[in-house]
Design a protein around this ligand. Structure first.
Ligand code: AMP
Length: 192
């Protein structure tokens, strides 16, 4: 089983690259943002509570996303591996993920961390907001709040995996295919 975390701030291209990576490597894509938006669309109690937090650009509570990931792992017992996108976003989530994988005698193979400058992130998210239908992409204040959450709580997750020598930085500015090729080089080093 090969599990990877695609890491980086909002707007760094995790969603776009995830789609290409799962197609190439046959991994199961687990995006907590997508799972939460599906709860919102289905108007579940969890979705309604999460929407209020997401619309402010803040993180939903750890136990909510950890529960969603735990169920998703159980629902896919035959997966070749998982690509985690937008998770873990706090140190507590990283520790919970390690424990959940350990039960399955698995671990994170690598964390690929996309690097993109803050001004480029804001620019990309505002452009995405014109078509994504995501309310958290249309307001510059909310976008900046999401970047602050990333710096305050999520950047530390890389330190967690650095301790195990699992983090590789990848340049996240360039064409989609250039970035994809750079990601594939790092994955291929670890699976072939
Ligand atoms: P994303 O689609 O990854 O940009 O996530 C959109 C929003 O969903 C974030 O701004 C958070 O409010 C929430 N969210 C997604 N993943 C997580 C997570 N792992 N922990 C906490 N909140 C999350």
């Amino acid at each position: 089983m090969f599990n990877l975390i695609l890491f980086g701030p909002p707007g760094s291209g995790k969603g776009t690259q995830s789609e290409k990576l799962i197609a190439r490597y046959g991994l199961k894509h687990l995006s907590t943002g997508d799972l939460l938006r599906s709860e919102i669309n289905r108007q579940t109690v969890l979705g309604q509570a999460a929407k209020k937090i997401m619309d402010k650009g803040q993180l939903v509570p750890d136990e909510v996303v950890i529960g969603m990931i735990s169920s998703a792992l159980d629902d896919n017992p035959h997966a070749k591996g998982f690509l985690f996108d937008g998770f873990p976003r706090t140190s507590a989530q990283a520790e919970a993920l390690d424990a959940l994988l350990q039960v399955k005698k698995a671990a994170i193979g690598v964390m690929l961390a996309l690097h993109v400058s803050e001004e480029e992130l804001v620019k990309r998210l505002l452009i995405r907001g014109e078509t994504s239908g995501r309310s958290d992409d249309t307001n510059e204040q909310v976008i900046r709040a999401r970047i602050v959450e990333y710096q305050d709580k999520t950047a530390a997750v890389a330190d967690h995996y650095r301790k195990y020598d699992k983090v590789v930085m990848v340049e996240g500015e360039g064409t989609i295919n250039q970035i994809f090729d750079a990601l594939c080089i790092e994955i291929d080093k670890r699976i072939f």
